[in-house]
Ligand binder design. Structure first.
Ligand SMILES: *[C@@H]1O[C@H](CO)[C@@H](O)[C@H](O)[C@H]1NC(C)=O
Ligand SMILES: *[C@@H]1O[C@H](CO)[C@@H](O)[C@H](O)[C@H]1NC(C)=O
Ligand SMILES: *[C@@H]1O[C@H](CO)[C@@H](O)[C@H](O)[C@H]1NC(C)=O
Ligand SMILES: *[C@@H]1O[C@H](CO)[C@@H](O)[C@H](O)[C@H]1NC(C)=O
Length: 225
């Protein structure tokens, strides 16, 4: 991954300005000045904010290509390292065309929790495939697969610092509680983490929890996103 270099104050100011809940706002990819600050120089999966309150945003994600690896493990951090490695190799040339693919954001981890502390959970770690990639190269590692995430609506909360084995369950539980309190209809069987920063980046870190709104395409739950 490349070091994060860009911090455009004006863009930050624009994005942190209060957005009336009625006013949907689209964020598109790199090159568009309305790219969220936390994408920094990376191309980000594009979305439209369709609602916002103090605790979370409601985002409509466009359908997009992702590359994924499934992992079973006991903890989030271990599963992330295990799934990240083959995906990073894939974008670094471990594909049938032997091409490099740009690192993007976010790194998504779908978490389907096991029944208890002694049960493994299922994780799907995914990288967003850049829109300009054209024909997405086929992975050479059989554990890595391409998939298309349909357009879907997620409730998204944000937190700084590091997403780890303590913060992830706590943040997911907090978002679930807010959604319940607000009477939102959501799928409580899985959630996602979205990470935007390399581990060596120490400040201005941004992480998210995504929970799928009920009534979204079933495929949104079964595939990467
Ligand atoms: C940036 O994205 C918004 C929303 O998708 C779009 O309306 C606007 O035209 C884009 N701006 C540029 C410079 O591409
Ligand atoms: C969990 O992940 C860690 C770190 O990648 C790995 O060493 C360990 O073997 C994994 N455990 C299982 C049960 O797969
Ligand atoms: C994890 O995946 C395995 C194999 O597909 C499945 O049998 C199991 O029920 C899953 N566990 C959870 C917690 O989703
Ligand atoms: C990869 O990143 C470079 C530098 O930011 C950019 O010029 C290029 O268009 C990107 N390629 C794709 C396929 O997105």
């Amino acid at each position: 991954m490349q070091p994060v270099q860009i911090a455009v104050a004006a863009v930050h100011l624009l994005l942190t300005a209060h957005l009336p809940q009625s006013q949907a706002q689209s964020f598109a990819n790199t090159g568009n000045t309305s790219t969220p600050w936390f994408c920094h120089e990376l191309e980000c999966a594009s979305y439209t904010v369709v609602g916002r309150n103090a605790d979370y945003e409601t985002r409509q994600y466009s359908s997009a290509n992702w590359v994924s690896a499934n992992v079973q493990n006991y903890t989030y951090r271990a599963a992330l390292s295990e799934g990240f490695a083959p995906l990073f190799k894939y974008i670094s040339g471990a594909n049938k065309d032997a091409v490099n693919i740009n690192m993007t954001a976010p790194v998504l981890v779908k978490v389907a929790s096991g029944a208890g502390p002694f049960c493994q959970s299922n994780f799907t770690v995914s990288f967003y495939v850049p829109t300009a990639q054209g024909n997405t190269p086929v992975p050479t590692d059989a554990s890595v697969y391409l998939n298309r995430l349909p357009s879907a609506t997620y409730f998204v909360s944000s937190f700084g610092g590091y997403a780890d084995d303590n913060t992830v369950p706590a943040q997911a539980a907090a978002l679930t509680a807010k959604l319940t309190a607000n009477g939102e209809a959501f799928d409580n069987s899985v959630f996602w983490t979205a990470g935007y920063d390399a581990p060596y980046k120490l400040s201005d870190r941004h992480n998210e929890i995504w929970i799928l709104k009920s009534g979204e395409p079933a495929a949104a739950k079964s595939v990467a996103g």
